[in-house]
Design a protein around this ligand. Structure first.
Ligand code: GTP
Ligand code: SPV
Ligand code: MN
Length: 617
């Protein structure tokens, strides 16, 4: 069902901007004049042109015509190929350089004047040195190419919480992705003109020569700027996303008293028509997109799920002390493998039209193909070779789709609300074969911050490097926090003094396995059963078992109607092993200690409290 036909619309306030109106205004683009464009923008564009020496400069208006022109151009030069136009209308395939398929955390830097401000959680380089290194690579980098100036707005165009940026890039692939993922073009430029000098984030990007030896993703939070060279991949190249909306924005958020988080935002409407909004932080490729657009199982057919966002949330306290969230993005850059009509039908359907695929395989009739698609057979792999199982999967494990959010059948009518939605629960989680139960609730906000800080998860293909190794990923922000985690936790803790209406904090794990490596929990749509328990806890409608690590569900309180799961498995999912947890909590203690003097004492005290309780029990 489309959002416009759902119940949720009944509680919607009048909205300033509708997606379609926005598109119309984009068509009415005029070339910005020197009198209104901030001098700093024009000056920066001139400087960049001087450094990079492009053949042409194109100011992006974000119009559909511009999008179509760029698609045509990329079809002609082989950057894109057309997919089956009958079954996948307006869908295109991009195959990356095989060395450029994921984020590169080891080449990503936060360049603050003080090293300690970046913290042990980031690679650091002194700003002057970083500029010198990266500018040397940018020198002449756009020779013979067009330089695109891409104004964008992260968040609804008329929201006080939104922030603008301008990305300069020599990649038309970046332009079309930014068009699908952000409010890009004329409306954003108009806001930048209105807000004037110095208020927007400057992001400079070039694909360079794509050599990993000459690749670096540099952040200058004190200057509100980003310089990224040598990669065309999503998180490295679409600078509005992780670089701006998380690394730079988290730094600003700390100074200004809000939060920029790696969180999905989802509305869960119960059969009585009441909707609770949940913000959930899971590490990369750990289930945010899937959870954000889940389809209720038959046993819960009278529940509805509304997607606000699938990757990033900006959270502000309102006048009444409630935490409200907006999604700064307006499209999805989602993991393709594993998407099928059973696991995520909303996504499966929404990527059958007007989508860009990156690094999937193809069938003999030119449809996109990926592992676990469950229809069709691969004929070609993600490197364009004839498919041969001995070369590995047909689709790269980190292959992605890009689509506009309004393609999503469960897109929330409140996704464009300027003041966002009130959050009832914050949920942290990770990918853990063992240890972490299906769900538990923190005892209070402070303890919840410890639960977030203690998140660990198996690494995934979203970053270059080893996959399946458990590492600490506090609040799912390890790759994305633009400042010292110790200061970040202090910032999180500070909300406790500012409001007594904060969301309740939970932890989930969909990924427990048995000894044969089979998942214990069915996941996907069935995860609604767990969200339901979370909501019932928020409403004070269901009891729980108090343990040292938090509140666990009582047996029978997670509804398993029509679910083929044994009592023993369910019990395994909602109980904890004290010895294992004592080990885990000491490991968390050691991890926290590695932040030294800057670590908030209150966080260490929370950790000690749990250790003491586990040792007594
Ligand atoms: P990023 O876009 O990298 O931030 O990832 P994400 O958190 O949005 O992850 P996504 O929802 O795309 O899921 C990543 C992978 O996990 C996909 O292959 C999914 O099929 C799989 N997955 C998602 N939810 C579940 C679940 O509940 N159970 C299991 N077993 N797998 C899941
Ligand atoms: C992630 O890696 O968390 C993503 C994809 O969401 S990227 O845009 O590459 O960061
Ligand atoms: Mn992500």
């Amino acid at each position: 069902m489309h959002a416009a036909q759902g119940h949720e619309i009944a509680i919607m306030r009048p909205l300033g901007t509708d997606i379609r109106q926005q598109n119309d205004s984009r068509i009415a683009f005029r070339e910005p004049t020197m009198t209104t464009k901030p001098d700093s923008l024009q000056q920066w564009v001139n400087e960049v042109a001087e450094l990079t020496n492009p053949a042409a400069i194109h100011w992006c208006d974000g119009s559909d015509a511009e999008y179509e022109d760029l698609i045509k151009q990329m079809l002609a030069d082989g950057t894109l190929s057309e997919l089956n136009n009958e079954s996948y209308p307006n869908c295109y395939l991009h195959l990356s350089d095989p060395n450029d398929v994921a984020r590169v955390e080891h080449l990503t830097f936060v360049c603050t004047s003080e090293e300690d401000d970046a913290g042990p959680n980031n690679n650091w380089m002194a700003p002057a040195e970083a500029h010198a290194k990266v500018d040397a690579l940018f020198a002449g980098a756009m020779q013979g190419r067009t330089m695109y100036v891409i104004p964008y707005c992260m968040g609804p165009i008329d929201s006080p919480f939104s922030r603008c940026g301008v990305e300069i890039s020599d990649s038309p692939y970046v332009v079309v992705n930014m068009k699908l993922m952000t409010r890009m073009g004329t409306a954003a430029l108009a806001r930048i003109e209105r807000e004037g000098e110095g208020d927007f984030v400057k992001g400079l990007h070039s694909t360079g020569d794509l050599s990993p030896d000459r690749r670096m993703i540099m952040h200058f939070p004190e200057e509100l700027s980003i310089k990224s060279i040598g990669s065309g991949y999503g998180g490295n190249a679409l600078l509005g996303k992780k670089c701006h909306a998380l690394r730079i924005a988290s730094h600003q958020a700390r100074q200004e008293g809000w939060l920029a988080e790696h969180m999905l935002i989802v509305g869960i409407e119960n059969p009585d028509g009441e909707t609770h909004y949940i913000a959930c932080a899971l590490p990369s490729a750990c289930g945010k997109t899937n959870l954000a657009m889940l389809i209720p199982p038959d046993s819960h057919a009278d529940w509805k799920v509304w997607t606000l966002g699938d990757d990033i949330a900006w959270l502000h306290l309102d006048d009444e002390g409630r935490l409200r969230a907006i999604n700064p993005e307006s499209g999805y850059f989602g993991v393709v493998p594993g998407t099928n009509s059973k696991t995520n039908k909303n996504a499966f359907d929404m990527i059958t039209h007007d989508a860009i695929y990156t690094n999937v395989g193809r069938t003999s009739n030119n449809e996109p193909w990926w592992e676990d698609k469950q229809v069709g057979e691969p004929a070609y792999d993600w490197q364009g070779r004839d498919y041969d199982a001995s070369n590995g999967p047909a689709a790269h494990p980190n292959s992605r789709f890009t689509v506009a959010a309004c393609n999503n059948p469960s897109y929330s009518s409140l996704a464009e609300a300027p003041d966002g939605v009130p959050i009832s629960a914050i949920v942290f989680g990770g990918r853990r074969k063992e240890l972490a139960p299906l769900v538990y609730q923190s005892k209070d906000w402070k303890h919840g911050v410890l639960v977030g800080a203690g998140v660990a998860s198996e690494t995934t293909a979203a970053n270059v490097g080893e996959v399946g190794v458990v590492r600490r990923d506090p609040m799912a922000m390890k790759p994305f926090c633009g400042y010292n985690f110790a200061d970040y936790w202090a910032h999180w803790l500070s909300f406790d003094e500012r409001s007594d209406k904060l969301p309740k904090i939970f932890h989930i794990n969909w990924f427990r396995q048995d000894k044969q490596g089979k998942f214990l929990w069915p996941g996907f749509g069935e995860n609604l059963r767990v969200l339901r328990w979370i909501i019932e806890r928020c409403e004070g409608r269901v009891d729980a078992i108090e343990t040292a690590i938090g509140y666990l569900p009582k047996s029978g309180d997670i509804d398993t109607t029509q679910l083929d799961i044994s009592d023993a498995t369910m019990q395994a999912l909602i109980s904890i092993d004290k010895a294992q947890w004592l080990e885990e909590m000491s490991a968390i203690g050691e991890y926290l200690d590695s932040y030294g003097d800057r670590l908030p004492a209150a966080l260490k005290a929370e950790q000690q409290k749990v250790v003491d309780q586990l040792s007594q029990a």
